[in-house]
Design a protein around this ligand. Structure first.
Ligand SMILES: Nc1ncnc2c1ncn2[C@@H]1O[C@H](COP(=O)(O)OP(=O)(O)OP(=O)(O)O)[C@@H](O)[C@H]1O
Length: 244
């Protein structure tokens, strides 16, 4: 039996904001070639975990490892260069730039020459379904287009692990299934993914493993079907969205 190789590891991670314990003793891993769904009610601490993994926040306790190396305390550019990049919940393209120029911002990380960056950015845009829209002003894209561009900007940095923060929020059913397909294709191309998602149907169908956070603590981890039937998870969602 081959053992899965750990790519990202949270080990006893905690984060306090003054008196608020936003994350408490959270441990889990994302393996190579895995899609992991991070779910939990509003304010559970999911974005705070993303912010710590990508260097925007420093953990108060515990360690975060990427490919075996500690990265907690590294700044975002250093973590990005190592191959871990995040998207943001609120999509903010560089509005005055064109679609391809937005993707080039990410591509410059590994392609310093403008022509090489442009070529790589064009390839990435095709992968996210924005081929043919290179010269369009980013601000004129629909929400679905802006979500794709957000993925493209991150993907253009050539990550090994992509952290996707609610890339399906606000999309209609067709756009959501297209985004699910896009994420699955990214995995096929060798990118591992940790995804925060409130759309239960989408995240359950997409993920190999689900991690559930409530009030800053991990309350469940397992296969989507196991987690969906976990009484603690069902109770965390009662009154709000229902799992499954
Ligand atoms: N910079 C900050 N300063 C103070 N409190 C914060 C900060 N960032 C987050 N919090 C608090 O930490 C807790 C976790 O927030 P976080 O945004 O990580 O939750 P979330 O699970 O991503 O929520 P949502 O699903 O609504 O996006 C919340 O109580 C939030 O108010």
């Amino acid at each position: 039996m081959t053992t899965a190789k750990k790519l990202l590891e949270f080990e006893g991670v905690g984060k306090s904001f003054g008196g608020l314990r936003a994350i408490d003793d959270v441990s889990f891993a994302v393996n190579e070639n895995e899609i992991v769904g991070l779910i939990g009610p509003n304010g559970a601490g999911k974005t705070t975990l993303f912010a710590m993994a990508s260097g925007f926040l420093k953990p108060t306790d515990g360690h975060i490892r990427f490919q075996g190396q500690r990265i907690d305390g590294f700044n975002p550019p250093r973590i990005c260069r190592a191959g871990l990049v995040r998207t943001f919940q609120i999509v903010k393209p560089f509005g005055d730039l064109t679609v391809i120029e937005n993707a080039m911002v990410g591509a410059f990380l590994h392609h310093p020459k403008p022509e090489a960056a442009r070529e790589y950015a064009a390839e990435v845009l095709k992968r996210v379904g924005l081929g043919g829209r290179e010269q369009q002003a980013a601000k004129t894209l629909t929400l679905s287009g802006r979500k794709r561009l957000e993925v493209a900007k991150a993907l253009a940095t050539t990550p090994k692990l992509l952290l996707l923060d609610e890339v399906m929020a606000g999309l209609n059913t067709v756009e959501t299934s297209e985004m699910v397909e896009l994420i699955q294709n990214l995995r096929v191309s060798g990118v591992s993914i940790l995804v925060i998602e409130h759309n239960m149907k989408a995240v359950m169908s997409l993920s190999d493993k689900i991690v559930v956070i409530q009030y800053g603590k991990k309350i469940a981890e397992g296969l989507p079907a196991e987690v969906a039937n976990d009484p603690q998870v069902v109770s965390a969602y009662l009154g709000g969205e229902h799992v499954a």
